[in-house]
Design a protein around this ligand. Structure first.
Ligand code: ADP
Ligand code: VHF
Length: 369
């Protein structure tokens, strides 16, 4: 049956496929579950819907090549990822008769605005030329400081970079349940989530399989990122062909997190949901942010500087009592700001203002209500 998929209202979608679907037995890649996903992608593209694929599975795919090794070692995992990535790409390639492109990213590529926009441009150019981008984290080169860490959050960052209309997270389970059904047999599926609040997070546990990373918790985090960019987000069971038939008919086969009605502006969204604060600027509990002023804070406001960061990096502005005020780009390094915070000199404020840029750039996103 041929449907007009344009009726679904999607122009561009991101599909994220979990490791359990690619290398279910940690014994190399299997196309067993990928066929129906590939068929879905083919049908979307044939209807004029642009698709970006975020594929996990490099570690799980490469694992069988390593014997008698410590599977928990990060170095071994990075080597598995390097070996498994080419097998994973080759497996997807066999399922398509159009071109694919490998896009490997780390968080460092996304938390810098110029690089984020460069990723956006590359994805757009690939899609305009009918090439299917296949994105994964570049596990082989990441460190704790550089990585996103899970492909759920990565797929949401990619979906916002791509200005997608929908994010479809294909997992090994039907969607978000009231509790992990592997641990609580009375758990029930939640079909619709209109608002992601602490109650939703409390239901979402970690991964319980050998191959998954993050479990439902990182999927809810991803959904929160995506819906605030105006992207409807589905968590669906990728093992079942019926899932994709339902999606093609405009239905919801799992859990649908509904996009918020008034999405955040793109730059503020990026600052809140894609950047990571590289340090903290601490101000007194009585501090009130002058949002309309050129100087969000003055040297006298600064009580403490935490962490090492360079000029131009994003930091968290917070009160001594822990209340978060804003995520904001610092015009100065932590080294210089530590010096500023230690000074007991009112003149410094004026000097800094007259001779250089304010401490914080005008690029910020408020975190206070
Ligand atoms: N509330 C919940 N509802 C559904 N699954 C949950 C829940 N809490 C934890 N999980 C776990 O999350 C797993 C899916 O995440 P994960 O293993 O990371 O898969 P993937 O490889 O698809 O990312 C489920 O198999 C289940 O064990
Ligand atoms: N980047 C890793 C996947 C990380 C990840 O989030 O895995 P999963 O929970 O299966 O989506 C890999 O390719 O093995």
């Amino acid at each position: 049956m041929q449907q007009n998929l344009k009726n679904i209202g999607w122009k561009r979608i991101v599909i994220k496929v979990g490791s359990a679907l690619i290398a279910p037995h940690r014994d190399g890649c299997s196309s067993q579950y990928l066929l129906s996903i590939a068929n879905f992608i083919v049908r979307c593209r044939a209807s004029g819907i642009q698709v970006v694929l975020v594929s996990s599975g490099s570690v799980a795919a490469g694992a069988h090549l390593f014997n008698n090794v410590d599977n928990s070692s990060m170095t071994v995992k990075k080597a598995m990822a390097a070996a498994g990535q080419s097998e994973m790409m080759a497996t997807w390639d066999r399922l398509f008769d159009f071109n694919t492109a490998q896009v490997l990213l780390t968080h460092a590529d996304l938390r810098n605005r110029d690089r984020f926009e460069s990723v956006r441009d590359t994805l757009t150019a690939l899609l305009q030329n009918d090439i299917l981008p296949i994105v994964n984290e570049n596990d082989t080169v990441t460190t704790d400081k550089l990585k996103v860490g899970d492909n759920d959050n990565l797929s949401a960052m990619v979906a916002s970079a791509a200005y997608a209309d929908a994010l479809i997270i294909c997992s090994d389970i039907d969607g978000l349940y009231t509790a992990n059904p592997h641990e609580d047999k009375s758990a029930t599926l939640i079909p619709d989530v209109m608002r992601i609040d602490p109650e939703i997070y409390a239901m979402a546990g970690g991964a319980t399989s050998d191959v998954g990373t993050g479990g439902m918790k990182t999927k809810v985090q991803a959904a929160e990122k995506a819906v605030s960019h105006g992207i409807n987000t589905y968590i669906v069971n990728g093992f079942s062909e019926a899932t994709f038939n339902t999606l093609l008919q405009g239905g919801n086969p799992g859990t649908l997190f509904h996009a918020i009605e008034t999405p955040m502006q793109d730059q503020s969204h990026w600052m809140k949901h894609t950047t990571k604060a590289q340090g903290e600027l601490v101000v007194e509990d009585t501090f009130a942010m002058q949002k309309q002023s050129d100087d969000l804070i003055t040297p006298q406001d600064l009580v403490n500087v935490i962490g090492d960061f360079s000029a131009g990096e994003v930091v968290l502005l917070r009160k001594e009592n822990g209340d978060k005020l804003a995520k904001v780009k610092s015009n100065y390094s932590s080294c210089l700001l530590n010096f500023v915070a230690e000074q007991d000199n009112d003149d410094l404020s004026e000097k800094l203002h007259d001779s250089a840029a304010p401490i914080l750039s005008e690029q910020y996103v408020s975190l206070s209500n």
